[in-house]
Design a protein around this ligand. Structure first.
Ligand code: SAM
Length: 278
């Protein structure tokens, strides 16, 4: 396990992913009934933007740095509000990872289950949530969750699957995880984050998901430059099963603007697709 998220925290992909998480949690809060958030690849929970790793890449500058420097039109302030409140709560020198974005938006009745396997990162994650009775940190393989740990006793909730893509197998693992999660927890929201380098590769994978015939499956993508053949991370996306019905409209309005703020070259943009069979 070589991947360390500390090098990438706060980059454009984190901004995109964490905005979507905040919107999904907000939607779950529309009902009083408790819910659970599963984060299968949690990372550290919070990252120092002054750490050596962040300083080496400075990826956060074109991510959360660019968003915080932007003049946010009032029509987007409501969509971004919860996310930005969490970001501001950590100050200018730190950036919250997905576990903290979710945790800060939970109510008393809601719960968070985190999974992190890296031997150096898991203890730090544990420490960041020490004494928090609403959060459970598991030093376990997150890929076990869809086939064994759901549904939660709360019945309602969401699952984030955000693996490191260190080997070529995570794309297949995600399809398998989606299948298991849908089978065991049909009512849960399942979100798969994925990198976009070459769009033809992305489209092949999205095609495989479409062929599985899942109900209510959408993909949301952002590009910081044209997704052409390249070894660069040109964009990223999230496939969501059981997405809030409000999300398509919200992202349809936000992403054209956000891709302009986060752009790093020609051809920045976004794409939203329905991947359901029917
Ligand atoms: N979700 C985090 C966020 O948005 O702040 C970032 C997660 S990072 C992309 C992927 C994380 O998954 C790494 O910290 C890595 O150590 C961890 N990881 C890799 N394989 C894992 C596994 N099988 N189970 C749990 N965690 C794993």
């Amino acid at each position: 396990m070589n991947y360390r998220h500390a090098y990438h925290a706060g980059n454009f992909a984190d901004v995109f992913k964490h905005i979507l998480i905040a919107r999904m949690v907000d939607y779950l809060k529309r009902k009083d009934k408790a819910f659970r958030v599963y984060d299968l690849h949690a990372g550290l929970g919070v990252y120092s933007l002054e750490a050596e790793e962040a300083g080496k890449t400075e990826e956060w500058k074109a991510g959360i740095g660019a968003l915080l420097a932007a003049n946010i039109p009032s029509e987007h302030k409501k969509i971004l509000g919860d996310y930005l409140d969490v970001v501001h709560a950590f100050g200018e020198k730190a950036y919250p990872g997905s576990p903290m974005v979710a945790r800060k938006l939970l109510r008393k009745q809601d719960r968070l289950s985190l999974y992190e396997l890296h031997p150096d990162d898991a203890p730090i994650l544990n420490q960041n949530f020490a004494g928090d009775y609403q959060t459970r940190v598991n030093t376990l393989d997150g890929w076990l969750v869809p086939g064994a740990h759901v549904p939660p006793k709360e019945a309602r909730g969401m699952m984030l699957i955000d693996p490191p893509f260190e080997d070529g197998k995570d794309f297949d693992r995600m399809i398998d995880a989606m299948e298991k999660a849908r089978h065991r927890w049909a009512g849960g929201t399942v979100a798969l984050w994925y990198p976009v380098k070459r769009r033809d590769h992305t489209d092949e994978w999205l095609g495989s998901l479409r062929e599985r015939g899942f109900d209510d499956l959408m993909s949301f993508e952002i590009y910081i430059r044209e997704p052409r053949p390249s070894s660069l991370l040109n964009g990223c996306g999230m496939v969501i099963a059981n997405a809030p019905y409000t999300l398509r409209d919200e992202m349809g309005r936000l992403l054209p603007w956000l891709s302009g703020v986060l752009k790093q070259g020609k051809g920045a943009g976004h794409r939203i697709q329905n991947l359901s069979k029917s």
